[in-house]
Structures are given as structure tokens and as C-alpha cells.
Design a protein around this ligand. Structure first.
Ligand code: HEM
Length: 248
């Protein structure tokens, strides 16, 4: 059997080491003892996050087993939030499953599913905000659950990639919307028992302005910018120059 170059080099450099092998014993043992946990950590990192099946996740619905909630495929241990997620508590139906759709719609009876394909981009962003702002901040992340967002190997599904793109689009739209509101502030609104009205201070007029999500808001614009939206009818200007428009 050919000798490996490294072992030749070792014995040539240190002949005494070959003569007294027992001297290296404790050091080698220490190194190999250390290597075991390091190898385990390296392997677990390479393997990625723990992948739960839906059936496994469904076991974590009581304090004895621990409470887990999944959202957007991410599994969190929420045992410390038992006041919300224990059986019978206000949000107990979220335990042991990924009910992402219900997070967005608030329909806690029929939307207990991870399939969020019916949602609009802005709602997907709301969901991602739940993940980042509540769950990652407050609870321990434990892995992912195979389903709509991850496959059985814990890899993101095509649906997940589509979700990410749409969340990014929604984020950009929200940033544009914030700029729009800064430039053209919301109107003041007034509601009495008999009438509703919107108004803007002197120098500005109310218009119906389309938002990034396709809805409408009342924006106060400079008179020269009136064309940036539809005009209100039934508007009057007060002595102080305030323009108020009665709503039907
Ligand atoms: C789409 C509708 C809703 C969803 C998906 C939802 C979901 C949740 C969840 C998951 C929690 C627990 C968060 C945690 O673990 O820290 C929570 C907490 C809470 N929810 Fe809701 N909720 C909704 C609507 C509402 C409404 C309409 C109200 C009030 C009328 C409300 C009041 C509360 C309160 C007071 C807490 C406790 C907050 C705290 O102590 O930190 N929720 N909600």
C-alpha cells in the first residue's frame, strides 16, 4: 500500500513522535472529542432547518407537548404565548398548523389553510409583516412546515418564490403610496348624524385620488394639481379659504 505524502512528511519531521505515540494520545482524544459536536453542528447547518410535516405540527396544540404556530411556512414555538394559543384561548385555532390565509382575512372558520394564492399583494405583505414583526421578534423559530411554502425537503416552493416577488412589489407600492400621502395629504373628514364631508385648508382642494392598491382616498392638492384625481361635487369655500365638499 502506498504511504500517503502527509504521513511520510509527519514522520520525517518528527521521528520522536513515531517512537512515542502515547504522548499524542490525550491531545488526539481531546481533538476528536471536540470534533464530534463541531461536526454535528456543521452537519445540521448543512442540512438546513427542521422540516415538519403537517401531521407532526398538528401534535403541538397543548402545553404538555408545546405550542407551535406556522405562518408562511415558518414554524415557531409559541408556548410562551399560551394565553393566545392554548386550547380554548382566543387564537387557539392557529396552534399546530399553518393558517396563513386566516391571518390575512380574519376568517378563522373557513380560512385555516396555508394556501394564500387568493390574496392581493398588499395582503401578502401584511402576512410577511406578521412573520417579521411579531413571530421572529417574540418567539423561537423552529423550522419550516412542508406545504404551500416549502417542499418536503424544506426547499422553497414555486409558490413561495412567487409570494416573495409579490411581497417585494407590495413593499415598493407601499413606499410610493407613503410619498404620495406626504405630497398630497389626506383630507380632513367630518361626520355628523346627518352629513359627511371632506375638507382641505386654504390653498388646497379635495380630490378623489387613486391609491396604489386600487382604492380611493381624499387628497388635498394645490389647485393647479386638481387634474390628479376626480373632483368632488357640492364643494363650498369658507371665508377662511377652507374648501369643504359634502358627501352623498
Ligand atoms: C385579521 C384579524 C386578526 C388576526 C389575524 C389577529 C391575530 C392575532 C394574534 C395571532 C395575536 C397573538 C399575537 C402574539 O402571539 O403576540 C393577537 C393578539 C391580539 N389581538 Fe388580534 N387578530 C385579529 C384581529 C383583532 C381584532 C379585530 C382585535 C380587537 C377587537 C384584536 C385584538 C387583539 C389583542 C388585544 C391582542 C393581544 C395583544 C397583546 O397583548 O400583545 N385582534 N391577534
Amino acid at each position: 500500500m502506498p504511504t500517503s505524502p502527509s504521513s511520510t512528511a509527519r514522520s520525517a519531521a518528527s521521528p520522536s513522535a513515531a517512537a512515542k505515540p502515547q504522548r499524542n494520545g490525550p491531545t488526539a482524544a481531546r481533538i476528536s472529542l471536540l470534533a464530534v459536536p463541531l461536526l454535528a453542528i456543521a452537519l445540521s447547518r448543512r442540512r438546513g432547518p427542521r422540516v415538519f410535516t403537517k401531521a407532526e405540527l398538528a401534535q403541538y396544540v397543548d402545553i404538555k407537548h408545546g405550542l407551535k404556530v406556522a405562518i408562511c411556512g415558518q414554524v415557531f414555538d409559541v408556548t410562551k404565548g399560551a394565553e393566545f394559543y392554548a386550547k380554548g384561548a382566543g387564537y387557539g385555532f392557529f396552534a399546530g398548523r399553518d393558517a396563513s390565509l386566516a391571518f390575512a382575512t380574519g376568517n378563522f372558520k373557513t380560512n385555516l389553510t396555508d394556501n394564500v394564492s387568493s390574496l392581493a399583494d398588499a395582503q401578502l405583505l401584511d402576512l410577511q409583516n406578521w412573520v417579521n414583526d411579531t413571530y421572529h421578534k417574540k418567539y423561537v423559530h423552529e423550522g419550516v412546515v412542508a406545504g404551500y411554502f416549502y417542499d418536503a425537503k424544506g426547499q422553497p416552493t414555486e409558490a413561495h418564490k412567487d409570494f416573495d416577488e409579490r411581497v417585494e412589489k407590495a413593499r415598493e407600492a407601499a413606499a410610493r403610496q407613503a410619498l404620495d400621502v406626504e405630497k398630497y395629504p389626506d383630507c380632513a373628514s367630518r361626520r355628523t348624524q346627518t352629513e359627511r364631508s371632506v375638507s382641505c385648508k386654504k390653498g388646497r382642494v379635495p380630490i378623489r385620488r387613486r391609491t396604489e392598491t386600487g382604492t380611493e382616498r381624499c387628497a388635498c392638492v394645490l389647485e393647479r394639481d386638481e387634474g390628479l384625481g376626480a373632483k368632488y361635487e357640492n364643494c363650498t369655500v369658507s371665508e377662511g379659504g377652507r374648501t369643504s365638499c359634502a358627501l352623498g
